[in-house]
Every structure is written in structure tokens, then in C-alpha cells.
Design a protein around this ligand. Structure first.
Ligand SMILES: C[S@@+](CC[C@H](N)C(=O)[O-])C[C@H]1O[C@@H](n2cnc3c(N)ncnc32)[C@H](O)[C@@H]1O
Length: 236
């Protein structure tokens, strides 16, 4: 009983420390941090659903924007043996914390890269990308770069999950400048294009603060270039 209480207390203390760290980083830079608290369990489970679907084969997984590791902690125990996890986080203080987290799970082959995901240099391709980036806070050009990089980094047939908080556009329309509302609308327009072309699922979680949609996109097995060439061949 005492042992249980001690480990339970330890988890609670760790969650509290994590909550404070997240809040401090949000105060420092809300645009990049994107939230004032880490994602809850329900959201983390939805974001990592493609890992459960694609298991038990070993997977190459990329997590972008891992923050204090709320989603990483849900992700790691689900990874089939022989999998590889790359974690990309722009904030150096979060990256240090994430390194400690992966060091405490030596059974998982994981590496933390302190970088902007759109600038990540790698030859690796991924079966699953889990994105925690606050895309609706970014400039449209940056969103284009990030989404294009995600699609490049996925294997054909690979899946990307990301979330969007509910009601942010309406809140911005009411509370922000016109320029800010226009920026948000332009980002929504880019994302709607990706959703039309690649979305395979969308889930909603109300058990998160704030509630969120989780989108799942899939890179097609055959690229649009290949499809065009096949079309040409059939006409000849
Ligand atoms: C909304 S938080 C999500 C954190 C965590 N995944 C969660 O759900 O609790 C967004 C995270 O993305 C990171 N980030 C923002 N822009 C980034 C970029 N271009 N590349 C990598 N990480 C980025 C931020 O530092 C922050 O940790």
C-alpha cells in the first residue's frame, strides 16, 4: 500500500512539475508552445492510434513537437519491438527533458533532435508521424513547409496524425486583429486542402482542455506523378 502510494505520489508530483514547466514555456513564447498545458491521455491515445493499427511489425515513428513528453509517454509502450522513434522538438529546455525521458526507457530505440521539424535533415522515412505542432499559430508559409516536409518524410501508405483545438478560429475572429484572423483563415485553407486530398479519419475528443479534433492523413501508396504516368501509358 505504501509502495503504491509512493509511486502514485511520484507520478502526481511529476505531472505537476511538468504542468508548471509547460506553463512557464507558454508564458515565454505562447505562439511556438501553442498551449498552456500538456495534452491529456484521451488526446494522446487518439494521436498514437496508427501505431496500434500498424503493430505488431516494427515501425519507424517520428514525433514532432513533443513538449514535456505527454504523448511520448503514451507512444513508447505501444511501439513493437525493433521499432525506432525520432523525437523532434524546437525548444531546447523541452528537448533536455525529453532526453531524460527516453534515457529512462532503454528498451525503446529513441533519439531526441533539438530542431525545427521543417529543417530536419534525415534520409529516414516513417510509417507514422505524430505531430503536436500548434499549426494554427504559424504563418501560412511555415505551415506549407511543415506539411510538405511531413508528406516527404512519410513512406507511401504511412500516416500522419495531428490535432487542432476546437473553436480557435472563432475565438480569433472575435478577439484578434483582422490581420491575425486573416492569417488563421489562410492556415485553415491550407489544412483543408491537405484534408481533402489525404484525410482517412477525424476524431473528436471532449476529454481534453481545450477539446480537440484529431486528423489522420495518409500518404497515398502511389504518388500523383506515378498516377499521371500510368494514365499517359494507358492512353498510348
Ligand atoms: C502544443 S505543444 C504540444 C506538446 C506535446 N506534444 C503535448 O501534446 O503535450 C507544441 C510543441 O511543439 C514545439 N514546436 C513548435 N514549433 C516547432 C517546430 N517547428 N518544430 C519542432 N517543434 C516545434 C513547441 O516547442 C511545443 O513543445
Amino acid at each position: 500500500m505504501n509502495d503504491w502510494k509512493t509511486s502514485h505520489d511520484r507520478v502526481l508530483a511529476q505531472r505537476q512539475a511538468e504542468g508548471w514547466m509547460f506553463l512557464i514555456e507558454a508564458v515565454r513564447d505562447l505562439r511556438t508552445t501553442g498551449a498552456i498545458a500538456p495534452s491529456g491521455k484521451a488526446l494522446s491515445r487518439l494521436l498514437t492510434r496508427p501505431v496500434q493499427v500498424q503493430a505488431p511489425r516494427p515501425l519507424a515513428v517520428l514525433e514532432a513537437g513533443a513538449g514535456t513528453g505527454a504523448v511520448t509517454r503514451t507512444l513508447m509502450p505501444q511501439l513493437p519491438g525493433g521499432s525506432r522513434l525520432d523525437i523532434v522538438e524546437a525548444n531546447p529546455r523541452f528537448a533536455t527533458r525529453l532526453r531524460r525521458l527516453v534515457d529512462s526507457h532503454p528498451e525503446v530505440k529513441a533519439e531526441v533532435h533539438q530542431a525545427y521539424v521543417e529543417e530536419l535533415h534525415t534520409d529516414q522515412h516513417y510509417d507514422v508521424i505524430v505531430s503536436g505542432l500548434p499549426l494554427t499559430n504559424f504563418e501560412p508559409k511555415q505551415v506549407e513547409r511543415i506539411m510538405a516536409r511531413y508528406m516527404e518524410l512519410l513512406h507511401p501508405g504511412g500516416t500522419l496524425t495531428y490535432f487542432a483545438y476546437l473553436g480557435t478560429r472563432r475565438a480569433r475572429t472575435l478577439l484578434s486583429s483582422r490581420a491575425e484572423a486573416r492569417r488563421h483563415a489562410a492556415v485553415d485553407h491550407i489544412m483543408a486542402g491537405y484534408q481533402r486530398s489525404y484525410a482517412t479519419a477525424r476524431w473528436t475528443t471532449w476529454a481534453n482542455l481545450p477539446p480537440a479534433h484529431v486528423w489522420q492523413l495518409q500518404r497515398p501508396l502511389v504518388s500523383s506523378d506515378d498516377q499521371r504516368h500510368r494514365g499517359d501509358g494507358a492512353q498510348r
